[in-house]
Design a protein around this ligand. Structure first.
Ligand code: B12
Ligand code: SF4
Length: 489
């Protein structure tokens, strides 16, 4: 019995999925085999041929849902005995995806024990149709089961199975994505957390953190393997300042690698930033999202003022930590002027790099419903979001197409404008042109500078960039990692 995890663009440095690592670790700790594999039909068929029973397990955000469901459909015609399951952000928001041909099960919410139950059932020849967290399709009928409570103590989980990824992609990563906890108590309308709060109401505490020692165990291994930079991707790293105060001195002495993390402006204080600095924090990412306070607080429900944002930015900058901001353009009810206001606020707070995306209203989020109630959603929006919708254009219907085009263009100049505000008059004219490849190239150049020379120390960024360019120009055969066998214990 083998669980195979097809991963899109597995060879990319950022293709490190903590969710899959956790699930794989639990499977292996319970004696099952689990392997990460490139999402390539021929490679998967070859690997599956050697096994008697295979579970195809896909972890998918909305942006890749179509890619994975199409791959799964093709695989299922060749491997009719395989059981195929989907989990992650998209299936949790949108379990109705089970209607797609070829999908046998969809996991809603946390998957560690749900997947273990399912694999045990299949291995034992039993039907998984009544298992908690699962929507199961059996003989054409869909069985929708309730959720089990959230895992209370994250320390009970084994360390993430990072090996599944590092064995598949050689050499191992320069930087590692690490999660020290789960959950965020806020309810921003574009984020998945408010949905989680609704789904899990009465089923345990949403915000949980691994103990400092549990996290350090993982980090010691990463350091020993040669990792040079840690990306903590927790939604709100400073949510428990006392955790940071305990973690920082130990991290500084036991690990000492530069790192980045994410914060909210109202969880930035002189003390917590001093702790982060002491630990070696290189970059902090903070959501600004919208310059217009009405959009920020009524449409996005960020619950924060300009002053809070500006003060937090001042504290981060004063500590000598790079400040990267996150922003969203093309909001429902917003105008081009509002998006210029977002540019201006980022200029005022002097972001080291201002990243911006165009709103992607994922199904299941409140902003999706807001956009729907304003009549802004196209009928095919789920498909559009699931079709590589990585935020280059807006999928919203906007009454004024000229404005919409200008917003799409403004997005391409966003980071540049924050670095060089004197370009504003020129950019005001340029964005009147039709969207074009040159604007996209300018944008990608800025993203590469932001990602490789600001968000990480330049020495590490240069190596990351060199690897990326190397992969881009490598012959196709070499760019794809060979399948590897990673057996259970
Ligand atoms: C780390 C992270 C990344 C990393 C790793 C991606 C990954 N897939 O893990 C990187 C930097 C690559 C990344 C990129 C992107 N991300 Co991201 N990312 C996150 C983040 C902050 C943490 C994910 C995580 O590790 N959580 C902890 C683990 C334990 O939870 P989990 O991944 O959800 O997995 C659990 C369950 O979902 C379930 N599960 C997951 N997969 C499966 C599969 C099976 C078979 C089963 C049974 C269960 C199961 O079990 C897991 C364990 O309990 C989340 C927000 C969040 N806090 O979750 C956003 C999040 C997943 N990202 C998001 C987005 C939009 C993106 C991008 C599209 C951004 C972009 N514009 O490029 C890309 C997509 C790239 C990709 N291929 O995934 C959205 C997804 C929303 C959506 N509906 O799709 C999220 C939810 C943030 C948000 N805005 O709300 N991201
Ligand atoms: S603060 Fe960040 S993680 Fe928390 S709900 Fe808002 S966007 Fe999501």
């Amino acid at each position: 019995m083998l669980v195979l995890w097809p991963i899109h663009e597995l060879e990319q440095e950022h293709s490190q999925y903590p969710g899959v690592m956790n699930l794989s670790a639990v499977l292996k700790a319970n004696g099952f085999s689990s392997e990460v594999i490139p999402a390539d039909e021929a490679t998967i068929l070859e690997r599956a041929a050697a096994e008697e029973r295979v579970v195809l397990a896909y972890s998918t955000p909305s942006a890749l849902a179509r890619t994975y469901t199409a791959l799964n459909r093709r695989l299922k015609t060749r491997l009719p005995g395989a059981f195929s399951v989907f989990g992650g952000a998209h299936p949790t928001y949108f379990p109705e995806m089970i209607d797609e041909e070829g999908i046998d099960g969809v996991c809603v919410g946390e998957g560690e024990y749900a997947l273990l139950d399912l694999v045990r059932a299949i291995d034992g020849g039993r039907s998984p149709r009544d298992l908690e967290n699962w929507w199961i399709k059996e003989d054409g009928e869909i069985h929708r089961n309730p959720l089990r409570p959230l895992i209370d103590d994250l320390d009970e989980l084994p360390l993430p199975d990072r090996e599944a990824f590092t064995r598949a992609v050689k050499p191992s990563g320069l930087h590692a994505i690490v999660m020290t906890g789960r959950g965020c108590p806020y309810g921003c309308t574009y984020c998945y957390n408010h949905l989680y709060q609704k789904l899990y109401a009465g089923l345990g505490k949403l915000v949980r953190r691994r103990s400092v020692e549990h996290v350090l165990r993982e980090l010691r291994l990463l350091k020993a393997e040669g990792t040079r930079f840690i990306r903590f991707m927790d939604d709100l790293f400073t949510l428990q300042p006392e955790w940071v105060a305990e973690f920082a001195p130990r991290y500084a002495t036991e690990i000492g690698l530069p790192f980045s993390c994410l914060v909210r402006a109202n969880f930035v204080s002189e003390k917590v930033v001093a702790d982060l600095k002491q630990a070696g924090c290189h970059r902090i990412m903070m959501g600004v999202e919208a310059g217009n306070q009405r959009l920020r607080n009524e449409v996005l429900k960020r619950r924060m003022s300009d002053d809070e944002i500006l003060e937090a930015a001042r504290i981060v900058r004063a500590a000598g930590i790079k400040l990267v901001t996150a922003n969203i353009l093309a909001l429902p009810g917003g105008t081009l002027d509002d998006d210029w206001q977002t540019v201006d606020l980022n200029i005022r707070l002097r972001a080291s790099y201002a990243s911006a995306s165009i709103l992607q209203p994922f199904p299941g989020t409140e902003i999706h419903d807001i956009a729907e109630s304003m009549g802004l959603l196209r009928d095919d929006h789920v498909a559009a979001l699931s079709d590589g919708g990585f935020g280059f254009t807006s999928i919203l219907h906007v009454a004024d197409p000229v404005q919409a085009r200008r917003v799409v263009n403004l997005h391409k100049f966003f980071p540049l404008l924050v670095w060089m505000p004197w370009l504003k008059p020129l950019v005001r004219q340029l964005i009147k042109l039709p969207p074009n490849r040159l604007f996209n190239m300018i944008y990608m150049a800025c993203v590469n500078i932001g990602v490789h020379f600001i968000s990480v120390p330049p020495t590490i960024g240069r190596s990351l960039l060199a690897k990326k360019i190397g992969r881009r120009f490598a012959p196709r055969g070499r760019a794809r990692p060979a399948p590897v066998a990673v057996a259970g214990p």
